[in-house]
Design a protein around this ligand. Structure first.
Ligand code: 2AM
Length: 571
């Protein structure tokens, strides 16, 4: 040992190791896999600097084990209305609870992931940060809150945190360590992506649209699209359960509305999201988020506008008023409601955030469709505050992307949504609406591999006649025996609503039997209502079919989760 290894993304060359042997527990809470991925990368970089890092998942961690740690790096995301990642919720509650042990011996730093377009931006990271301090732990580096574009802040945080930790963990001045005379030579820096074939966020692949089919029949109030994109020549591949990130363009109506509202010159040269100069029209079309109106954008706008009305809204006393104002409004509404004379296009883009990529669960198996990726996307269209609004990515693919056109994409691994390792293991899949997507991928994969495991699908949507997504495919799989059981819930075909969780409950005994036999259980789709109701249905099944008490059902469920036999992909 000795020669200073250097990761491509590590910040400074390390000639000696003041951090040598310093233990570091990187504790992550993840929903989509981002925090887990960052934890893995942090471990690698810390290791290269001489730390002794371990990565732990909040999903299988307790406050008691927390109290045993000296140095902690916490990486956690916030979802929806300020919720922890589902798998981290038990740990989160336990740490916030009065019974959590004191942490006088610990040091910590928090990296919080979130989305500034939500009111409770990075709430969970902030809660941990405050709580660990209250419990007596010492903060060795300030918390960093990241928006969806977290790469740069992550790298800065990690660099700063490791530097600070190395100082406090080893207060004595580091003596130069001479190892085999090689200490002064730094290792050669590996050139990243030498083959030039790595497509990622910074360098997405322009995927060609091969096919776009409307899955709903005429008469439906839904608009769900099946999309086939070509990955030919990219060298990209993916596993069932992965997502595809897609970088949309803003609709020209919305770009024009902004340009008109401020009488901008669309040819004005402004700074694009990668630092180079582009025209204002190009910047508003492809580089920035021009629809999401958040408190953050309003605050930055007010630094220029100094409007009494905005100042009033931003006062913490008037939180509810701010919430009401932001609801259903976009950047163009702000520009019209609080006009600012003399605002330039360059000033406007400087307060906007970069265009965030949108993640969609992949609906195909790569082995079944080599060099293709399929998606199932519901077009979002609604009216608010007197304007017709459109979901940016979903209507980009529905309205603006034409056959032969391309869309920039890259794949996003989701290690928390995977088929069982053993192909004989039975699976139960619950995927109403576009939640069906990853299960099409699962079934295609199992069919193409000739896997023996039984497959049970629960699908739901509004009406049998118009909204039975991929109906012919499912019926074909049933006939061939690939699909073992199919249960459907069409909510609007009868006076009372019937949802997937009602079907689960009706089949409670059988569902419980499958789970007792080792089945894995998957849920994909709406996070706010459906996934919660399905969770509760499972708890009820454990009580009714499994004869468990409420508490036993809870433990049974936690066990399922710990064994990674209950997995969710919800949004
Ligand atoms: P609805 O629109 O008739 O309420 C896919 O969108 C399907 O999910 C639709 O049939 C929708 O029914 C249904 N759905 C709505 N709320 C749900 C919930 N809480 N749990 C399960 N499914 C729900």
């Amino acid at each position: 040992a000795g020669a200073a290894l250097q990761s491509a993304s590590a910040a400074a060359p390390v000639h000696h190791h003041p951090s040598k042997g310093v233990p570091l527990t990187i504790l992550f809470g993840t929903e989509s896999g981002n925090c887990e991925e960052l934890a893995g990368r942090a471990k690698e970089i810390a290791e290269n600097q001489g730390f002794m890092p371990t990565v732990r998942d909040m999903g299988s961690f307790t406050p008691e084990s927390l109290a045993k740690e000296t140095n902690l790096a916490v990486i956690v995301s916030t979802w929806g209305e300020g919720d922890p990642p589902d798998s981290a919720s038990t740990f989160y509650k336990a740490v916030m609870d009065k019974s959590c042990p004191r942490l006088e011996q610990s040091r910590f730093s928090v990296l919080a992931l979130g989305d500034t377009s939500y009111e409770h931006f990075c709430k969970i990271g902030r809660d941990f940060d405050q709580r660990l301090e209250d419990l007596g732990a010492k903060r060795y580096y300030p918390r960093t809150d990241c928006d969806v574009d977290y790469e740069e802040p992550f790298q800065k945080w990690l660099e700063g945190a490791l530097k600070s930790l190395a100082k406090v963990a080893r207060p004595e001045p580091a003596r130069a360590v001479v190892v085999n005379g090689a200490a002064s030579k730094s290792a050669p820096v590996p050139s990243p992506a030498a083959n030039g074939l790595v497509y990622d966020k910074k360098n997405p692949f322009p995927a060609l649209l091969k096919e776009r089919i409307l899955l709903n029949g005429t008469g439906s109030i839904k608009e769900t699209w099946h999309l086939e994109l070509s990955l030919e020549g990219s060298g990209m591949s993916y596993e069932p359960g992965d997502a595809l990130a897609l970088i949309p363009a803003n609709s020209q109506d919305v770009v024009d509305a902004i340009i008109d509202s401020c009488c901008f010159d669309p040819r004005e040269r402004v700074t694009g999201n990668a630092g180079s100069e582009v025209t204002l029209r190009e910047a508003l079309t492809r580089h920035y988020d021009i629809t999401g109106l958040s408190k953050n954008v309003l605050k930055k706008y007010n630094e220029k506008a100094a409007s009494d009305k905005i100042t009033h809204l931003l006062d913490p006393e008037n939180k509810d008023e701010l919430h009401n104002y932001l609801w259903g409004r976009q950047v163009v509404d702000m520009l019209e409601d609080f006009p600012l004379k003399g605002l330039t296009g360059g000033e406007l883009v400087s307060i906007l955030r970069k265009m965030p990529p949108r993640l969609y669960s992949i609906a195909s198996s790569f082995r079944a469709h080599p060099d293709e990726v399929h998606l199932t996307i519901a077009a979002v269209r609604y009216e608010s505050h007197g304007r017709q609004r459109k979901g940016v990515a979903s209507t980009f693919i529905a309205d603006d992307l034409s056959a032969g056109g391309t869309v920039p994409v890259y794949t996003h691994k989701n290690k928390n949504f995977r088929l069982p390792e053993d192909s004989d293991t039975p699976i139960i899949m619950v995927g109403p609406g576009t939640g069906i997507a990853p299960f099409r991928s699962f079934i295609e994969e199992r069919a193409v591999n000739g896997d023996k495991g039984a497959n049970w699908l629960f699908f739901g949507d509004q009406r049998y006649n118009y909204d039975f997504l991929y109906q012919l495919e499912w019926q074909d799989y049933l006939k061939k025996g690939v699909l073992t059981k199919l249960d459907v819930a069409f909510s609007r075909d009868q006076p009372e609503k019937i949802y997937v969780q009602d079907r689960l409950l009706q089949q409670g005994k059988e569902v419980y039997r499958w789970l007792e036999e080792g089945a894995h259980f998957y849920v994909c789709g709406d996070a706010n209502r459906m996934a919660v109701d399905v969770h509760n249905a499972l708890l009820k099944i454990a009580q009714e079919a499994g004869g468990k008490s409420e508490e036993q059902a809870q433990t049974w469920f936690e066990d399922l989760r710990k064994q990674k036999r209950y997995q969710r992909d919800v949004y």
